[in-house]
Design a binder for this molecule. Structure first.
Ligand SMILES: [Ca+2]
Ligand SMILES: [Ca+2]
Ligand SMILES: [Ca+2]
Ligand SMILES: [Ca+2]
Length: 216
């Protein structure tokens, strides 16, 4: 009497469990295969595009920060792409405020704000921002589907004189652009961040492989 009941009791679950288990494994394998294929196809491109877009957004935010700082502290503020003045673009860029208004960077060893005391308040360096190694100043080449310059020329990727953006205490600046791209990955496109002639910060993106003037 007990034997048939026991057999019947186990037969139903054992028949159902392998079916359910197999379906889940099957589904997981399918999902994994799709994920791997998608990863190979889009992974590299998306990661590169994301890094470049992040760098451009950070640059834009720092440009707005420099402008606000100039107004707030009532002194010129620079976003400097050649802080060491060797006529070669730095790996990153430097934000500094010209407290004594002499057009040059001064450290905290002199009384730059003229209050009779020499202390940390006299330091003109605000911060240095690094740019990831894979990202470079410049743009995707025209032959590879790259853009036409927004202004007169691309220059070396930073079109501002002396490779620095100078914000005056009134919030104005000269106009120009900084172009960034990934030299090893044209698919990431070209980003431009800059200012117009009243110091308003602006940005644009040009995808690779379309009309050279198709900045968005
Ligand atoms: Ca330099
Ligand atoms: Ca100075
Ligand atoms: Ca001082
Ligand atoms: Ca330049």
């Amino acid at each position: 009497m007990t034997s048939p009941q026991f057999t019947t009791g186990t037969t139903v679950p054992t028949a159902a469990r392998p079916d359910a288990g197999f379906t889940i494994v099957e589904l997981m394998v399918t999902v994994a295969v799709i994920a791997i294929i998608a990863g190979f196809t889009f992974g590299n491109m998306n990661t590169a595009s994301y890094k470049l877009r992040t760098a451009a957004r950070t640059l834009k935010a720092n440009m707005q920060k420099a402008r606000l700082l100039a107004v707030k502290e009532n002194c010129p503020v620079y976003l400097d792409f050649d802080f060491n003045d060797d006529s070669t673009l730095d790996r990153g860029y430097t934000l500094w405020r010209d407290i004594n208004g002499n057009g040059a960077y001064d450290d905290a060893t002199t009384d730059n704000n003229g209050d009779g005391v020499t202390n940390a308040d006299d330091e003109e360096l605000v911060e240095t921002v690094t740019i990831q190694d894979t990202i470079g100043y410049g743009h995707v080449a025209a032959a590879d589907g790259g853009p036409a310059p927004i202004g007169a020329s691309f220059d070396d990727g930073v079109t501002y004189g002396s490779d620095q953006v100078r914000f005056s205490p009134s919030g104005t600046s000269s106009s120009g652009f900084i172009y960034v791209h990934i030299p090893q990955n044209d698919e990431a496109g070209t980003h431009a961040v800059g200012t117009n002639n009243i110091g308003r910060v602006r940005s644009a993106y040009k995808a690779t492989g379309t009309d050279p003037d198709d900045w968005r």
